[in-house]
Design a protein around this ligand. Structure first.
Ligand SMILES: [Zn+2]
Length: 392
């Protein structure tokens, strides 16, 4: 599903790093290290690469601050944020609900770029205080030749943070600029779905402009502000392609949530899922249930009451030679610790709960009794059915 790893928690928000982010980390360090090599050979290998590494790490912290800017505003407005993921093009805060109003969307969106501008500004102020070179500044290479290691680092970080803020202001959903645009459309039309459609179209339009400009640059055309050349052009086209996918995907997500809003859980749940007794052994569970069904999780029932839920992951944690002597009740998740849903609740709420806890199924409970089991794949299957019927 999602690739990457967790690195810790800040303000109670899980911080994750996507593998693609390591590419940027490597490229940034490599790029800095080689540039420093050509400008300041006298600094020595350790200083140059150490500086490149520290600068990249501080860049990493800056992107994190940008995302925290969004996430903390979201939380202050009562919208839960489960995690922040840093990836190739910066970060994504996994904000779990749409904001309540156009105004709160605007504040939430603008706080990210604002954070980047403030951080960039602080670094540039530090630069002017430490660099001790006369204003106005000359060409970047000329400036960098004249200053020491710390000034080099803060100049790079200042410029990159301001660049990050500007990039995110591109008015294409789901970038911050696109969200700001959406908040304007939303305020004008009072219709979130229409506003998202327009902002997403604007995102795709800008994406195509970037792709065409990138291709033109690869063939030698010179674009104002962006320059020319094969590598710049390909890079720009790649960003365009990424933005295009993101815009299409985020609109699709909204449509899906919209469809699921009208579907009660009872309609999609499995009404008679295979159930297990708490006193069964793990061996029985494996041979009579796991191998006989294609389910991932089994409700554990006793005297027609739900005692818990046992999953394949629970089974995997048990050594094979202990299967005969271990019982289901020793490895299951207790009913009181399960996240559940009611049969009359809508499936969008169910999907939110599934992703918030990163689980694959929800027991459907009504007045203390188990009515069924709603699995992720039941929702997926139903959505597939809907889209096939739309085509027909
Ligand atoms: Zn942002």
């Amino acid at each position: 599903m999602r690739s990457g790893f967790k690195i810790g928690k800040l303000f109670g928000i899980q911080i994750r790093v996507d593998w693609s982010w390591l590419v940027i980390f490597f490229l940034a360090t490599w790029n800095l290290g080689t540039v420093l090599g050509s400008l300041h050979n006298e600094w020595g290998l350790t200083l140059r690469w150490g500086l490149a590494l520290v600068t990249s790490l501080l860049f990493f912290a800056s992107v994190l601050m940008h995302e925290l800017g969004h996430a903390l505003v979201a939380r202050a407005q009562g919208i839960p944020v489960s995690n922040i993921t840093l990836h190739l093009f910066g970060g994504v805060s996994n904000i779990q609900r749409e904001p309540a109003s156009a105004g709160s969307e605007f504040v939430m969106a603008i706080l990210g770029p604002l954070t980047s501008f403030v951080i960039g500004g602080i670094f540039l102020v530090i630069f002017t205080l430490t660099a001790n070179i006369p204003m106005p500044f000359g060409a970047p290479e000329r400036v960098l030749e004249q200053v020491g290691p710390v000034s080099t680092m803060v100049l790079w970080l200042g410029t990159v943070n301001i660049g990050l803020g500007l990039f995110n202001l591109i008015p294409g959903f789901p970038l911050d600029g696109g969200r700001i645009l959406r908040s304007f459309f939303w305020a004008v039309t009072d219709n979130l779905k229409r506003a998202t459609r327009w902002a997403s179209r604007s995102g795709r339009l800008i994406a195509w402009l970037l792709i065409f400009s990138g291709i033109a640059m690869s063939f030698g055309a010179r674009i104002p502000l962006l320059g020319t050349g094969l590598s710049n052009g390909l890079w720009l086209a790649f960003i365009g392609w990424f933005l295009h996918n993101a815009a299409a995907q985020s609109y699709q997500q909204l449509i899906i949530r919209d469809i699921l809003e009208d579907v009660p859980v009872a309609e999609l749940m499995r009404k008679t899922p295979p159930i297990v007794s708490p006193t069964s052994t793990v061996a029985t569970l494996v041979h009579s249930y796991v191998m006989e069904n294609d389910d991932y999780a089994f409700p554990v029932m006793e005297d027609s009451r739900l005692r818990g839920l046992v999953t394949l992951d629970d089974v995997r944690a048990v050594a094979r030679d202990a299967w005969q002597t271990t019982h289901v009740q020793e490895i299951m998740t207790l009913a009181k610790d399960l996240i559940t849903i009611g049969p009359e609740d809508n499936t969008r709420e169910a999907l939110d709960r599934l992703s918030r806890r990163d689980v694959r199924q929800l027991p459907v409970m009504h007045e203390g009794t188990l009515e069924g089991l709603l699995r992720r794949r039941d929702i997926v299957k139903w959505l597939q059915l809907q889209s096939e019927m739309d085509i027909a």
